[in-house]
Design a protein around this ligand. Sequence first.
Ligand code: CA
Ligand code: CA
Ligand code: CA
Length: 627
Amino acid sequence: MPYLHRAATSQAPPARRDARSIHSSGQSFEQLRQACFRRGVLFEDVDFPASNASLFYSERFPVPFVWKRPGFWQHSEWLDVVVDDRLPTFKDRLVFLHSADHNEFWSALLEKAYAKLNGSYEALKGGSAVEAMEDFTGGVAETFETKGAPENFYAILEKALKRGSLVGCSIETRSAAESEARTPFGLIKGHAYTVTGIDQVRFQGKNIELIRVRNPWGQVEWNGAWSDNSPEWQSVGPAEQKHLSHTALDDGEFWMAFKDFKAHFDKVEICNLTPDALEDDTIHKWEVTIHQGSWVRGSTAGGCRNFLDTFWTNPQIKLSLTERDEGQEECTFLVALMQKDRRKLKRFGANVLTIGYAIYQSPGKDEHLNKDFFKYHASQARSKTFINLREVSDRFQLPPGEYILIPSTFEPHQEADFCLRIFSEKKAMTQDMDERVDIELPKPPKPTSPSQETEEEQQFRAMFEHIAGEDMEVTAEELEYVLNAVLQKKKDIKFKKLSLISCKNIISLMDTNGNGKLEFDEFKVFWDRLKKWTSLFLQFDADKSGTMSSYELRVALKAAGFQLSSHLLQLIVLRYADEELQLGLDDFLNCLVRLENASRVFEALSIENKDFIHLNINEFICLTMNI
Ligand code: CA
Ligand code: CA
Ligand code: CA
């Protein structure tokens, strides 16, 4: 019987929410483990075999068989990833893992699970250590160039370390040959260091800012000012030395002046941890809010502000900042926009999209901002760049107030799911601006008596008699004939054909007495509605193409009384628009008739509560067959 256990590690996986099993068998770790026990075999992961499909090459590791159950965070959900113990020999890239005595075996398994989550090891190539850090911790990473760092960089790092964030730093290399080259000051280029402390020391009557850095090799240290045996320490009292835990050990860890740190290191990466990734109850936590969303071609994939016509269709999220930072005028927050699952798609040719975001002052209305707003208002803040990274994150300071955050891809029509996280110093409120559904149905008009009819109305009555025939009622077939004949003659409008089914839908909408046909009064209401819909079509066909683009549709539907959620708009575009994202008048009519039918039924059934109806299966199917 093989030796099986859940390994305890010095670096326990972060606290997990209910984790979702993602093994193809549908079995959890526990079930898979039991199955192996019963059969007396080692677990071999069919989902992620030790073959070329998963990685470049692999071999069995001469290590005791250990089952690991790391928690993984990906896109704001904890996932349990079950892996077997056949490790590929692959360079350990988890140099940022915080534990000083973390063992290589643990991190290699973590990496394997991480690779599985992303499809293959190859999919990891080009991913950065920061991404791995984020996935393991659920945190959000920030990158600073030390030469262009903000004025309060010391304070930023001090807070980060107090929050328990993981902080890494490195010196840039200009060529591969320079990688791991040693500078005269004992620093290694292209090497990932960890920042472990920051403090000040009294020296020659002045406060000197110091920073403690660790070389994960456990040796090779900085040899300049404030290094282990440097003369500066001789004028620091033993109590303060103890406070800074200064010991002259060649353990890879050393102090240096913050000024020298900025001069010698090029890049600092902070992985800000979310509250639930922190094991102990630190007081300096970020407040975190998370939004999941997607950019869908034709409805919410609007591209950046360069594309004014579509930019406004992007998802919009309202951010309310109410509390100022301690002793400050402004509110500090981080915005991290992550595109989801693109690396998993890499092998199918999907590349990481260029993404970013902009932040606007909210005009105080609780609705999706339209094109005109963006034409006349500049953004208050934005991501530093639009860039093809999995995640774009930046730090902002803005006065208290309400803001609209707009995540987007650079180009319009590019599809991806995203996760937007806001880390704020104090509590911040967010609200998705695209979830609201608000429908205003036209009121049924009063029928006019024949004696009051104008000449135009009399002509209309004659037309009706002609269409309806002797029975003075319009059937679906008669409606189909007349609508196709009339609408196909319209100039400036693309119209293919209304089907018999569409005409039956129209009748079901307008047939108030329920006999399946339209009498004069019903037909008249319909004809007015048709005129209104046709004029909306012409009005909102902004580019006069004779068709309604999915973006034009969004405004036209609103004008017709249908304020819909992003999700509904996405469905409508999928169903009614063609490959070029265009709708002809027939598609447009079908869409409106169906929307109005569904809304009327809902209105009739939701007498007690305006927003809810309760249906059993029979009622539900009856309804959907009828709409
Ligand atoms: Ca008839
Ligand atoms: Ca009727
Ligand atoms: Ca158009």
